[in-house]
Write a protein that binds this ligand. Structure first.
Ligand code: MG
Length: 180
């Protein structure tokens, strides 16, 4: 009697069957400090007293989404394509980096089925800008806004996000092969 193994006998472990869909996830966290512009998903929160610290503009939403897209394509990560020690990315507009990363996927024949983003932040207050952020991302990626979801939650006083020391963005994307 065989116990514990119900896998088919064929060598599925070595087969990579193209299924035409790819999933990717990204995560980013930036410290929040006074005196920095607060730009998230390419949208400025002009009344925020703090902004994300970073070599670029610190847009954690764009960074997480960029990493999710690159991950879906097995194309490395944002640090590989846009190194932090490269002076040309100092205070860089992260929507430009996002667009460049997405171009790599689009050139390989992928379309974005959907992206789902969660921002964890005590400040700034994200909710009033959610639709503007979705719209900006859909414009950057040139996809219908219905393919972009963005949600915000708070740390409830716990952890560095809850204490307002940082904000975190998480993104999941699903790519599909473009029909022939
Ligand atoms: Mg980042």
């Amino acid at each position: 009697m065989r116990l514990g193994c119900h896998f088919p006998r064929r060598s599925f472990l070595t087969e990579v069957k193209e299924v035409g869909m790819r999933i990717g996830q990204g995560w980013d966290r930036h410290a929040l400090v006074p005196g920095r512009p607060c730009i998230l998903a390419g949208v400025e929160f002009s009344d925020s007293p703090v902004g994300p610290l970073g070599h670029s503009d610190g847009d954690a939403v764009c960074h997480a989404l960029t990493d999710a897209l690159l991950g879906a394509g097995a194309l490395g990560d944002i640090g590989h394509h846009f190194p932090e020690d490269d002076p040309k990315y100092k205070n860089a507009d992260s929507t430009v980096l996002l667009r460049k990363a997405w171009k790599l996927l689009a050139e390989r024949g992928y379309i974005l089925a959907n992206a789902d983003i969660t921002v964890i932040a005590e400040q700034p207050h994200i909710a009033p800008q959610v639709e503007a952020m979705r719209s900006r991302l859909s414009s950057v990626l040139q996809v219908n806004v219905g393919r972009i979801s963005l949600k915000a939650t708070r740390g409830e006083g716990m952890g560095p996000e809850g204490r307002g020391e940082c904000l975190t963005a998480m993104a999941v994307v699903l790519l599909k092969e473009e029909p022939e």
